[in-house]
Design a protein. Sequence first.
Length: 197
Amino acid sequence: MAVNRVPVLKRCRSLGLEPAYLGYDKKSNRTNARAGKKVSEYGLQLREKQKAKFIYGVLEKPFRNYYEKADRMKGQTGENLMVMLESRLDSIVFRMGYARTRREARQVVGHKHVLVNGKSVNIPSYLCKAGDVIEIREKSRGLQRYKDIAEITAGRLVPEWLDVDLENFKGTVKSLPTREMIDVPVDEMLIVELYSK
């Protein structure tokens, strides 16, 4: 299985991205050497795609599959793509506050700590639907790791499309998000332009 081992702050700097979108509260003091250079139209489109891939931890082939699936769906392709990325299980676990970072959320799911509608799911890319109940497994709730996570993520803002009970590590997907509810700094129209060439 392919693993992304790129240092997070270095990648954030090169993409002009705030580390907070990935759950990191660190700041890089360095500046990007290419910050002032003019970027071509293709360069802008590529950067937006790389941003989306990096934020959600998706590699090229699955990302392309998401795009093709979003293209076949009704509505705008860009919005469909962002909604699909946001409704991945690892992304929802991060949004609910069961993990400090998106990478940790992926690990939590991979290690079978998460139940969806009472069944164990260990696939980070599992697409959740409206009405799904997502919870941390009973056996895992007592672990010190989750007590620490609960303390750290207690002040994090939970999106309005999710209903979360952080005390009992249980939450519900009230509805799938609209593009306005997704606070990720990605211009999805540039991604659509890139893939539709």
